[in-house]
Design a protein around this ligand. Structure first.
Ligand SMILES: *[C@@H]1O[C@H](CO)[C@@H](O)[C@H](O)[C@H]1NC(C)=O
Length: 249
């Protein structure tokens, strides 16, 4: 009996050491109490394990890759850790005026050649960057979850409207091709925003139609957690609550 207790105790530090890494852009990044804030840090209170929010403003799947940020997560990842990947806001645009973030158009093996900052670069499609990162993390034994990007203010015109852009579909495709889990975060945010209504949601956007106030970030984080629970993905195993308002989509 004693040895059973001891052996289960010796497993404990292993379990407690698990971490959720977040990879994304400004809509996920911590700003440390600015007027607008990303949603990533706001899931911390609902997790039974540590969080490491590696999201950083202005990044796309491409620039996050080129800057070695996926690699930096892979370098510290332990088997059994979680990685959430959410991009899209900075992945559009045209390579003819390359800002270092735009991906090659398409959803498969297409490549584009560019010169950015004086350096020749072969640019991949959005799904390929996510598939590549997913494989890196899978090779380390991590649980990988691709999440669709947040919507811009769905009440911007005065009438509710949510039309997911192409990176939402591409995120789902990347998850399928990579064989990792997927949540449609954008759809969950939009459905909650629809119920909250114009005045409440407009107040979440103090500076533009993309970046939320801290109160908005909390709602966007809650939408992510609801999507995780409703979709039954692995991350639901490390949540401290699985109670959320409203129906699953
Ligand atoms: C795949 O991902 C790794 C790690 O992020 C990166 O070093 C490598 O350049 C990527 N491959 C391509 C073709 O982008």
């Amino acid at each position: 009996m004693k040895s059973i207790v001891l052996s289960s105790l010796s497993l404990l530090p292993c379990v407690l050491a698990q971490t959720v890494y977040l990879a994304g852009d400004s809509t996920m990044a911590d700003t440390g109490g600015a007027a607008t804030d990303g949603w990533g840090g706001y899931i911390a209170d609902s997790l039974s394990i540590a969080i490491s929010n590696e999201a950083i403003g202005g990044r796309s799947a491409r620039s996050y890759t080129r800057e070695g940020r996926f690699q930096a997560i892979a370098d510290v990842l332990q088997e059994g850790d979680y990685v959430v990947i959410e991009f899209g806001h900075n992945d559009g645009g045209s390579l003819s005026t390359d800002n270092g973030r735009t991906d090659c158009s398409g959803s498969g093996d297409e490549t584009c050649e560019t010169v950015y900052n004086g350096v020749a670069e072969t640019v991949l499609t959005f799904p390929k960057y996510l598939e590549n990162a997913s494989q890196l993390f899978l090779d380390k034994g991590a649980h990988v979850l691709i999440s669709s990007q947040t919507p811009n203010n769905v009440w911007e015109t005065g009438v509710y409207s949510y039309e997911p852009n192409r990176f939402v579909g591409y995120a789902q495709l990347a998850a399928e091709v990579a064989g990792v889990e997927y949540v449609d975060h954008g759809a969950y945010v939009a459905s909650i925003y629809e119920v909250l209504g114009l005045d409440t949601v407009n107040a979440f956007y103090p500076s533009d139609h993309t970046h939320t106030s801290p109160a908005g970030a909390q709602v966007v984080a809650d939408a992510f957690l609801k999507a995780v629970v409703c979709s039954g993905v692995g991350l639901s195993d490390v949540l401290t609550t699985t109670d959320f308002d409203g129906e699953c989509l």
